[in-house]
Structure formats: structure tokens, C-alpha cells
Ligand binder design. Structure first.
Ligand code: SF4
Length: 345
């Protein structure tokens, strides 16, 4: 059982993070925010997959206005991701952003001050998103580009926010170097109780990104560090959400159904890969603890018994089982639907 680090509670729209709240799964749209309908469609798909906080890139003032149009039509907390131009952040606040993400490496302090003052008026939290690729110049001069620089950039910005009497802050310290990512977040969490958003930046494709994030984010979660996570992938963002929930469930940080499926072999009687992928997507919305198995055959009964509910392939049909005991035979074409009936029943 992971003992979580005690952090300050921060409210983002209709959800709370930090404190005793569960670790939440975040993702980011890869549509253009100015394309409102396409973005709304993607948000809906991500919400259906289990996304709990959504971030949108806001590269210009037109996009900031579209952010407002989108905000009016979604219930998920919506975070505006702003770089360089403080006026965009001010417009996003006006448009009802639930949180603003700023990078202290590319917005000067005098402009950050204007964002902080406006955020205070609107009661909107800010995420200080520090990234090794874009550290503030004064920090680089003093500390270089290593772990200490990342942590100092976050702590220095937090101190600046506090000098403006602003405490409604979330922090992220991201690096594409997995070990540096772990080290920076560990170091930060020893000296600060602000909530942390975790992620490995530029982690790569669905294959390498999931591996890097499982290590980079998973190691920190195991130590009780982290209040929200994003599994950044060069892939459909739905994959980020599914991977995020799988990681949290694997570590016992969130309750929910998990998939166990066999690797298949020459004995397999059903299309395990297709069925397992479909079942995995659907069970992400099941929040009761449950192991759902998809097995190519019943030869190895012990494998099947590892699942609470499952299906195993047979010569002319599929066999639905519960706790290792056969419930019924079903037509191979209906395996997903029949298995989901048992899961949801
Ligand atoms: S369950 Fe059957 S098909 Fe799957 S790996 Fe084991 S023996 Fe092979």
C-alpha cells in the first residue's frame, strides 16, 4: 500500500487535487483549439475514456476566445496551456479557464505578476510547469541545466508567487531524461508541499512512452509522490488516458477493473488480441476492483483462474468463466458483449 505525500489541496474546476484526493489522470488535446468542433469531439472521446482534467494549447488570442467557446460546452476541468504571451493567459482567465499552465522559462517575471494578480481575482489556480528544455535564463546561469536547476526554477517561481500572496499553485518538473525526472520531483517533494503534476516530457511513442512513463511516473507514485499524472505519448491521446488509469490501478492508487490476458500461442482458439484490446478499453470505466481475463484456450486452467471473470477460447465457442468455474458457452462472435454483461452485472 502506497503512503501518499501530504500536499496542499487545490481546486481545479469541479475537481480537487492534492490533500486526500485521489491521483487524477490528465491528458491534452492534439487538435487545434481554434477548431472548436474537432476539439469538442476529442474532449468527449477522452472523457469517455476516463480523462479527468483536460489541457488545451492556447497559442494565440483567437485560440483563447475559442477556449471560452469550448469551456461553455464541456464539464471536464479545462486547463489553458500558455507560453510566451501573458495577454493570452489573461484572456484565458477571462474566458473561464479552470487552471492556467505557465512556463516560467518563457514568460518574464513582470508579466507573470500580471497573470498571478488576474488569477487571484478570478480565483483560478496556476500550474508552474518547469521543463528542462526551457529553463529561465537566470537559473541556467546559476545552476546549468541539471536537476538542481529544474528544482530551483520551480522553488524560485513559487517564492515569487507567494510574495504576491498567491498560493493556489500546482507544480510540474519535467524532463525527457527519466532518471532526472525522478530525481527532480523527489528533491522538490522533500522541501515543498505544493501538489505535483507528474509526467515524462517528450516520452515518445505508445511503446517507448509507456515504458518511460511507467518508470518515470511509476517510481514517484510508488513513493507517494504525485497528485495528477499525464502519460505523454506520440499517439492518440485516448491511449494516454488508458495508460494513466492502468498505471494507477496497477499500483493500487485507484480502484478499478484490470485486464489479464494470455500472450496467445499455437493453442489459441479465439482472437485474443482483438478481444483483449476491446475489453481493456471498456473496463476502464469500471471502478470496482476486478480482474478480467481473456485467454486463448482453457488448456492452462490455472491461468484462467487468475481472473475473477473471463473468457477462454474453445473449439467451436468461447467459454465465460467466473472464479475459474465455467458459467456458459457463447458464440465466438459475441464474446466481447457477453463478457461485458458479466463484468457490468
Ligand atoms: S491460455 Fe492457451 S492460448 Fe493462451 S498462452 Fe496459455 S496455452 Fe496458449
Amino acid at each position: 500500500m502506497v503512503e501518499r505525500r501530504k500536499t496542499r489541496e487545490v481546486k481545479i474546476g469541479n475537481v480537487k487535487i492534492g490533500g486526500n484526493n485521489p491521483v487524477l489522470v490528465q491528458s491534452m488535446c492534439n487538435t487545434k483549439t481554434s477548431e472548436v468542433n474537432a476539439t469538442l469531439k476529442q474532449i468527449q472521446g477522452l472523457e469517455d475514456a476516463g480523462c479527468e482534467i483536460m489541457r488545451l494549447a492556447v497559442p494565440d488570442l483567437d485560440s483563447a476566445k475559442c477556449f471560452g467557446d469550448i469551456k461553455k460546452q464541456v464539464s471536464l476541468p479545462l486547463v489553458a496551456d500558455v507560453h510566451y504571451d501573458y495577454k493570452i493567459a489573461l484572456e484565458c482567465l477571462k474566458q473561464g479557464a479552470d487552471k492556467i499552465r505557465v512556463n516560467p522559462g518563457n514568460i518574464p517575471k513582470e508579466k507573470l505578476k500580471l497573470i498571478v494578480e488576474a488569477a487571484k481575482d478570478y480565483g483560478t489556480p496556476i500550474r508552474i510547469g518547469v521543463n528542462t528544455g526551457s529553463l529561465p535564463n537566470d537559473v541556467v546561469k546559476k545552476f546549468g541545466h541539471g536537476t538542481k536547476a529544474v528544482v530551483e526554477a520551480a522553488l524560485g517561481t513559487l517564492k515569487f508567487f507567494e510574495s504576491l500572496d498567491f498560493y493556489d499553485t500546482v507544480v510540474s518538473l519535467k524532463s525527457s531524461d527519466v532518471l532526472q525526472n525522478i530525481e527532480a520531483n523527489e528533491l522538490f517533494s522533500r522541501v515543498s508541499d505544493y501538489p505535483l503534476h507528474l509526467g515524462v516530457t517528450e516520452a515518445g511513442t505508445a511503446r517507448s512512452g509507456v515504458i518511460k512513463s511507467s518508470i518515470g511516473v511509476g517510481c514517484l507514485l510508488m513513493k507517494g509522490i504525485g497528485d495528477t499524472i499525464r502519460i505523454s505519448l506520440t499517439a492518440d491521446p485516448v491511449e494516454e488516458v488508458l495508460a494513466g488509469h492502468t498505471l494507477l490501478r496497477t499500483l493500487g492508487l485507484r480502484e478499478g477493473a484490470v485486464l489479464v490476458s494470455c500472450p496467445t500461442c499455437g493453442r489459441s482458439k479465439i482472437d485474443v488480441m482483438k478481444i483483449a484490446n476491446e475489453i481493456e478499453k471498456r473496463i476502464m470505466r469500471i471502478e470496482k476492483p476486478l480482474k478480467v481475463g481473456v485467454m486463448g484456450c482453457f488448456v492452462n486452467a490455472d491461468e484462467a483462474k487468475m481472473a475473477d471473470i473471463g473468457v477462454a477460447g474453445s473449439d467451436d465457442c468461447g467459454i465465460i468463466f467466473r472464479n475459474g468455474k465455467v458459467l456458459r458457452k457463447v458464440d465466438k462472435a459475441n464474446l466481447v458483449e457477453e463478457l461485458m454483461k458479466e463484468v457490468e452485472g
